[in-house]
Design a protein around this ligand. Structure first.
Ligand code: 4NP
Length: 163
């Protein structure tokens, strides 16, 4: 972990109103359950939803799982994020491609496709649920919960290694 006191994780999707706020919320919950202190945030590669709360369907599926994401506000990812966070986690390969283009040459953050953390799911995408139905948001929640669990496991192992 670079210079931060706590591991800092940024989840990134396209709009920052569906996938990445769900990832932020479920990761915060899982890290808390694991007794792991973290800084966590989310952002979008696009700027359409700056300042907006998450999509109501994302808020609803989070609430179904005991997680409140209703007060999050959309923001756009920026080059400085590659210094402020230890891990920048892309939801799909378009996000990853856009993030590679934005990433400063001297970036300190590790840039990772979310499902590359999950055994047997390398290269998979968290599908964009925006134009789909409510069931799509349940799938999104399950996907980001798998990624969050793998990341909690990874960070737990990493913090043990330096003790
Ligand atoms: P997200 O979903 O990237 O998971 O937040 C989207 C939300 C909004 C748009 C696209 C994807 N949009 O085009 O406005």
């Amino acid at each position: 972990m670079s210079s931060h006191i706590l591991p800092a994780i940024l989840f990134v999707c396209l709009g920052n109103i569906c996938r990445s706020p769900l990832a932020e919320g479920v990761f915060r919950q899982q890290a808390g359950n694991a007794g792991l202190a973290v800084n966590v945030d989310s952002a979008g590669t696009g700027g359409w939803h700056i300042g907006s709360p998450p999509d109501p369907r994302a808020i609803a599926v989070a609430a179904d799982n005991g997680i409140d994401i209703g007060r999050l506000a959309g923001r756009q990812v920026q080059p400085q994020d590659f210094f402020d966070f230890d891990y920048v986690i892309a939801m799909d390969t378009d996000n990853l491609k856009n993030l590679r283009q934005l990433r400063p040459l001297t970036a300190t953050a590790r840039l990772i496709l979310g499902f590359d953390l999950v055994a047997g799911r390398q290269g998979d995408a968290v599908a964009d649920p925006y134009y789909g139905d409510r069931a799509g948001f349940t799938q999104t929640f399950d996907d980001v919960a798998l990624i969050a669990a793998a990341l909690v496991q990874h960070l737990t192992n990493a913090s043990r290694a330096v003790r």
